[in-house]
Structures are given as C-alpha cells and as structure tokens.
Design a protein around this ligand. Structure first.
Ligand code: ZN
Length: 101
C-alpha cells in the first residue's frame, strides 16, 4: 500500500457530525461579551467554544474576569450578567453560549 492510497483513504473518510462538532469545539474562538449592567463590551480570543458553552466560561464566575472583576468566592455567581453577543464558532449558536441566561 503506497502513500497515495493512504491519502485517498484519509480524504474520503467520513467524519460524523458529532466528531466535527468536537473538533470545532477545541479550536480557539473569538467572542464578544456584554456586561448587561454597564453596557461595556469586550472581545476575547483566548478560549475554545467548549469553554464558553459548557466549560468554566459558561457562567459569570469566569466571564466577569474579562471585565476586571473577581468577586467569586467559592460560590457560583450563576448566569445573570455577562452575555455573549457575538461569536465565530461554527457548530455553536449564541443560544448555546448563553444557555443558563
Ligand atoms: Zn459559576
């Protein structure tokens, strides 16, 4: 089996939608976050889609840090104040980034 054959097999391999979604979720994405109390908006490009939708960035505890706050003291702040208003993550919707809000 030559290298060309392997390449052909790779290119024609079928990747499931679930796998695609997981791969995309690992890629770093750019989000725009709104502080609904002050109207301030910040951009951030340091995390992947999973972080914002389902990881530590899914609630105010870590979103508030983008605005210079650090009020979380062992208790979750919940999903009340910092909403993602723009993102470039294929496979994810804004609703998924703000599911608890
Ligand atoms: Zn939290």
């Amino acid at each position: 089996m030559g290298a060309d054959t392997k390449l052909d097999q790779w290119e024609t391999a079928r990747v499931s939608e679930t796998t695609l979604r997981r791969l995309r979720a690992r890629a770093v994405t750019v989000v725009r976050v709104l502080d609904t109390q002050t109207g301030h908006v910040v951009w951030n490009g340091e995390h992947n889609a999973y972080y914002w939708a389902e990881g530590d960035g899914a609630c105010d505890c870590n979103r508030e840090r983008l605005f210079g706050f650090d009020s979380s003291a062992g208790v979750c702040l919940g999903c009340k104040r910092f909403v993602i208003i723009e993102c470039d993550a294929p496979g994810y919707t804004l609703a998924e980034f703000n599911e608890g809000y």
